[in-house]
Write a protein that binds this ligand. Structure first.
Ligand code: CA
Ligand code: CA
Ligand code: CA
Ligand code: CA
Length: 438
């Protein structure tokens, strides 16, 4: 039963240059039961087919004797669509990297859309398109930065130069490189707009906080990740590529740092603002780890001082790696969902004054993950956003819809060995783009 379902959904597509194909074949030959089965049962109100699907970016780990090891397998992204009353998964592996941090749709000027991926170790930005049904990648940028790690960590796409051409702003590890990829006739030109020794840049966001019509790029450089509880300094910096400006520090986080930021007009006043999920200040380690100051969600407007602490919410956890924004109840006002490491999902709603404390309520405590990737998006196109969450601790991809003010959870996918995979990002995409020329 599981196998049949997985076969229907599991058209594994290997990139042409990836030697991973043999590994996949081996797995199939051994008759190993696919570890993941799409959940067939639909919740009330879930249509048999959806016009939009999801792109899920993963690292995966080899399984020995039923247990996940620390040994990474090839990087992977999944294309998830819903057709004929079933969720269907197409798996794409890329052996040139051991992690894909993000997969998203890119439509270059004058070209058909493709799927852009950001890979780590090796660091690759690739664009995937179908040829005779198979997804094949072309490399837009490959780099070795000269440090210990080579990772493309995040990217956002926008018309940064106001010339009608999408540009790709990219964050990398571990030499602080921030780059903008600009479309040229037959290639993408890489402009490095920053570099800093031994620095991880985790996240990119794009918006127009000062409302001058020119887009700004925001990034989160920090000291290299430390697994112990020592302080890790970080900041948020701004670049204005069109004006050649930056980096300019917009948030100085002192002994703390952030891996997650969000830029957008959440409060609906017509101007973008920046939200920074500042990780906790902790003492001790392991079982004696103590949270001195929990996760804070801080707000910065164009005129907010870098050392200001406009805290709109605190989350009683150590880490918060995902903020996602949408309208879960269709009232035209936007909500923010914060996905924290081990304390679940949180709903944040601005009150009368969106520059002071917001309402915070727990959506689901039983949801966790190191990244805990989450996305509010309207896959069924009914005007309200659903919440999609990769609960990696539970090994489930879940969907939440709000019914009479309460979040209702359903499971889309479940894997037997939760630790065998880590979900780094979830992005929406139109089904016709995902399946074009299939
Ligand atoms: Ca601006
Ligand atoms: Ca606003
Ligand atoms: Ca709302
Ligand atoms: Ca919807």
């Amino acid at each position: 039963m599981f196998f049949v379902l997985a076969c229907q959904g599991g058209d594994k597509t290997a990139p042409t240059e990836a030697p991973a194909a043999s590994a996949q074949e081996t797995r199939a030959e051994q008759g190993e039961k696919p570890e993941e089965a799409p959940q067939k049962k639909a919740a009330a109100g879930l249509a048999d087919s959806l016009p939009n699907g999801l792109l899920l970016a993963y690292s995966q780990f080899q399984v020995v004797d039923g247990k996940a090891t620390a040994k990474p397998g090839p990087a992977r992204f999944d294309i998830l669509t819903r057709e004929g009353g079933e969720w269907k998964t197409e798996i794409v592996e890329d052996a040139q990297s051991n992690v894909l941090h993000k997969a998203l749709v890119l439509t270059p000027r004058g070209q058909a859309p493709g799927i852009l991926t950001l890979g780590g170790s090796g660091a690759y930005v690739k664009l995937w398109r179908r040829a005779k049904g198979k997804l094949q990648a072309s490399t837009l940028w490959h780099a070795e930065f000269g440090g210990k790690f080579n990772r493309m960590r995040d990217a956002e796409i926008a018309d940064l130069y106001g010339d009608g051409t999408p540009a790709i702003a990219v964050a990398t590890h571990d030499q602080g490189v921030v780059a903008v990829l600009r479309q040229r006739v037959n290639k993408w030109k890489v402009e490095r707009i920053d570099k800093k020794k031994d620095t991880f840049v985790h996240e990119i966001e794009i918006g127009d906080l000062d409302k001058d019509g020119t887009l700004e790029v925001y990034a989160t450089p920090s000291e290299p990740n430390k697994l112990d509880a020592e302080a890790q300094h970080g900041e948020v910096v701004r670049y204005v590529p069109k004006k050649g400006e930056g980096p300019t520090i917009v948030a100085d986080l002192g002994k703390r740092h952030a891996k997650e930021i969000y830029v957008g007009d959440v409060d609906g006043d017509g101007t973008d603002e920046l939200y920074v999920a500042v990780e906790a200040l902790t003492k001790g380690r392991g079982a004696s780890l103590e949270i001195l100051e929990p996760v804070e969600i801080r707000r910065y407007d164009a005129n907010t001082a870098p050392d200001a602490k406009v805290i709109i919410a605190t989350i009683p956890d150590r880490l918060c790696r995902f903020l996602t924004v949408g309208d879960v109840d269709g009232d035209g006002k936007r909500e923010m969902v914060a996905a924290s490491f081990s304390k679940g999902l949180w709903m944040l709603r601005p009150g009368k004054d969106p520059r002071s404390e917001w309402g915070v309520e727990s959506i689901d405590r039983d949801s966790g993950g190191f990244e805990h990737a989450a996305l509010l998006t309207d896959l069924d196109g009914d005007g309200t956003d659903e919440l999609y969450v990769a609960a990696d601790v539970q090994g489930e991809l879940r969907r939440y819809v709000w019914v009479r003010g309460r979040a209702k959870r359903e499971v889309i996918l479940k894997r037997d060995i939760p630790m065998s995979r880590m979900t780094w990002n979830i992005m929406p995409a139109p089904v016709d783009v995902l399946t074009a020329s299939k």
